[in-house]
Design a protein. Structure first.
Length: 269
C-alpha cells in the first residue's frame, strides 16, 4: 500500500472541508448537539482527521453571528475554522480552499457523525489514481457516508461559472450537471442500502445514531460501517426511528426553487 505521506506530497495538499452552520431549517443547532461524550461536530471532525490521505481538516462556517459559537468551538478544540458566505456555499468552499492553498478538497457535511474514514481514503485514492476532476462515493450507499473529492481547478471552474441557486448552495451539482466538461467518477461499494439513514436532519436521526453508538463495541470512536449495518440488522427498532424521513430533502427543495425562478423569469404565454 502507498505510504499516505508520500502519496499526499506527490499530489499536493488535500484538505477536508467540513461545512457547518447552526441555522438548520429542520433541526437548528444540530451540529453541536450532544452525541455520547462528544458533539455531533466533534464526531465528524475526529473521524475526518482519521483519513490518512488528508493533509488538513477545516470547519467552514458562515459569517452570521449565530455561528460565532462554531468558531469558539473550533478554537477550544484546536480545529481550523474558516468563515464565509451563508447563502453561497460554493463561494465559501472556493475561498476556504484558496486560503488553504489546496490542490484538492474533500467535501464533508457536519451532520454525518458516522462518516467512514476508510471510505473517504478510498475515494481520494481512486480520484487521484485515475486523474479525475471529481470523484465521489456513489451507488446505493447509506445516507450519511457522503464524501466528494475534487480538484481545486474543478472547484474554481464551478465557482466562476455556476449561476443556478442550487449549484451555489450545493457546491458540486454544477459539475454533475455539466458532465461533458469534467472527468467524473464514483466508487460504488454498496448495493441496495440507500434507505439507511446515518445523517442528522431531524431529532429522530439523532436519536437513532445515539442508539447505534450506544450499541457499538467502541463508544469512543464509534462503529465502522460493517458494525453499523450489523447493529441495524439486529435492532430493527433503531432503524425504524428515522425511516420515514426523505433523503436529500434540502437538494430537492433547492431544485424546486430553481424551477420556480425559471418560471418567474420565463412565464408561459
Amino acid at each position: 500500500m502507498d505510504d499516505p505521506q508520500r502519496f499526499v506530497s506527490r499530489f499536493g495538499k488535500c484538505v477536508g472541508i467540513i461545512q457547518a452552520r447552526m441555522g438548520s431549517t429542520r433541526f437548528p443547532g444540530k451540529v453541536l448537539k450532544q452525541l455520547g461524550d462528544k458533539t455531533v461536530l466533534g464526531w465528524v471532525v475526529d473521524r475526518t482527521r482519521n483519513v490518512s490521505r488528508l493533509d488538513d481538516v477545516v470547519v467552514a462556517t458562515t459569517n452570521k453571528g449565530e455561528d460565532d459559537v462554531l468558531e469558539r468551538w473550533c478554537a477550544e478544540n484546536q480545529v481550523k475554522c474558516f468563515r464565509g458566505s451563508s447563502d453561497d456555499l460554493l463561494t465559501r468552499y472556493f475561498e476556504c480552499a484558496l486560503a488553504e492553498k489546496a490542490k484538492s478538497v474533500v467535501r464533508i457535511t457536519a451532520d454525518c457523525p458516522l462518516i467512514e474514514s476508510s471510505l473517504v481514503d478510498a475515494v481520494i485514492l481512486a480520484g487521484r489514481s485515475g486523474s479525475w476532476d471529481y470523484f465521489r462515493l456513489g451507488g446505493d450507499f447509506p445516507d450519511g457516508l457522503d464524501c466528494e473529492w475534487l480538484t481545486f481547478e474543478a472547484l474554481e471552474t464551478a465557482y466562476r461559472s455556476a449561476r443556478l441557486a442550487s449549484d451555489r448552495e450545493h457546491v458540486t451539482t454544477y459539475l454533475l450537471n455539466n458532465s461533458k466538461m469534467f472527468k467524473l467518477g464514483a466508487l460504488k461499494p454498496f448495493d441496495g442500502l440507500s434507505h439507511i439513514r446515518l445523517t442528522i436532519d431531524e431529532p429522530e436521526d439523532l436519536a437513532a445514531i445515539i442508539q447505534i453508538i450506544g450499541l457499538s463495541s467502541d463508544n469512543l470512536n464509534g462503529p465502522c460501517i460493517e458494525e453499523t449495518l450489523s447493529i441495524l440488522a439486529n435492532h430493527v427498532d433503531v432503524s425504524e426511528l428515522n425511516s420515514h424521513i426523505t433523503r436529500n430533502e434540502g437538494l430537492i427543495r433547492s431544485l424546486a426553487q430553481d424551477s420556480e425562478e425559471s418560471e418567474a423569469n420565463h412565464p408561459r404565454i
